[in-house]
Design a protein around this ligand. Structure first.
Ligand code: 13P
Ligand code: SF4
Length: 351
């Protein structure tokens, strides 16, 4: 079998970084420092009939302004259902792209186009198409953390919420290719007993969690349960009491009132909703390799309140996509939505 090395220098194909940065800093200078940004964002949202979708990894002030806060699946479901005139996506590029795939006639805005994803950036469509040639007759399942061009090469899209469930729905003798997250893929293999061909991608945030440091932490907190996202490596997942998507982790915390302490192995942004749901519980971040106390996604954190205000005010940056790619990507995204109808209701603000 051909071996593949994933490029070490991620490049965001959506980014025309320098031009965008210059434009952003020029527009940021135009913000009156006395402006109440939160009030202005709410006003602009109403004025433009815009819906604000935010992932759990956004900073808490953005989550608090959002109409829907959710994981990747819940936000896709919200995007599929919205009747707003404009979608503002506070998440990363592939998420906003998915919203655009589902809403070709609406402007989909992303506060910072450089908000990419290591999984999507390290799975370029041309390399992926080449790799797939080794697997004729396989069903191509792709994690939603991939570009529209990679989605267009897929049969079904999955998220961490529905991957196990969707793979279980396929005939047992159907061979499967899974990309681009090898850790999620391995976890799905374990849960379903299905062997799959895995693209060797990884999330730079979740791969930083370290089983040795986690073991030290669990020894220091013997009364804590470890909850982890399936993008973590296998050795970390083996130490977890519960594994699930960000929404599943939140639901687990809500559903276990007897448990008062949790060690959380995912991006720190989710703690905002966990603390809100369980003010009585203690949350300890699983330590990443870097020596920091918690893990933050550098791409997600490119979105700020200022950039959110600017994109609502000025109506850009906007996601653009060519129609043939969109149409090819729509099929597997729609298939995912159809195959996960009974899963993960959208968390409405205030739920
Ligand atoms: P979920 O939203 O499916 O939990 O995935 C987490 C993530 O890393 C999103 O980029
Ligand atoms: Fe991508 Fe990882 Fe950031 Fe999620 S947390 S957007 S998978 S880099």
């Amino acid at each position: 079998m051909q071996t593949l090395t994933v490029a070490q220098t991620p490049r965001n194909p959506a980014s025309e970084s320098l031009g965008q940065e210059l434009d952003l800093s020029r527009r940021a200078d135009s913000i009156d420092p006395s402006l109440d940004l939160e009030a202005e964002i709410r006003r602009l949202k109403r004025e433009k009939n815009a819906v604000l979708l935010a992932h759990y990894y956004q900073e808490s002030e953005i989550q608090d302004l959002a109409d829907h806060v959710g994981d990747s699946l819940a936000l896709s479901q919200a995007a599929a259902k919205t009747d707003a005139d404009v979608i503002v996506f506070c998440g990363v590029h592939f998420m906003a792209e998915t919203a655009k795939i589902l809403n070709p006639d609406k402007p989909v805005l992303l506060p910072d186009l450089d908000a990419g994803c290591s999984l999507a950036d390290r799975c370029p469509a041309d390399l992926y198409a080449e790799w797939l040639k080794q697997y004729p007759g396989h069903t191509v399942i792709n994690y939603i953390n991939s570009s529209a061009a990679v989605k267009a090469l897929s049969d079904i899209i999955v998220t961490s919420s529905n991957a196990v469930d969707i793979v279980k729905q396929l005939p047992p003798d159907q061979p499967i290719v899974f990309g681009p997250d090898r850790h999620l893929g391995r976890w799905v293999e374990k849960q379903t007993g299905r062997k799959m061909a895995l693209w060797p991608g990884f999330c730079i945030v979740h791969e930083q969690f370290n089983a040795r440091r986690l073991a030290k932490l669990t020894a220091a907190h013997p009364d804590a349960q470890v909850i982890a996202h399936p993008e973590c490596e296998e050795a970390v997942l083996e130490k977890a009491d519960f594994i699930g998507s960000t929404l599943a982790l939140l639901k687990y915390v809500e559903g276990h009132p007897e448990q008062r302490k949790f060690i959380v192995a995912t991006e720190v942004g989710i703690l905002h909703q966990m603390r809100r749901a369980r003010p009585d519980a203690e949350f300890v971040c699983s330590p990443p390799n870097s020596g920091c106390d918690c893990a933050m996604c550098p791409y997600m954190r490119l979105n700020t309140l200022e950039k959110l205000y600017l994109c609502l005010r000025d109506g850009y940056p906007e996601i653009v996509m060519d129609e043939p790619t969109r149409l090819r990507a729509l099929k597997p995204v729609q298939r995912m939505l159809d195959m996960s109808r009974s899963l993960s209701p959208v968390q409405q603000k205030g739920d």
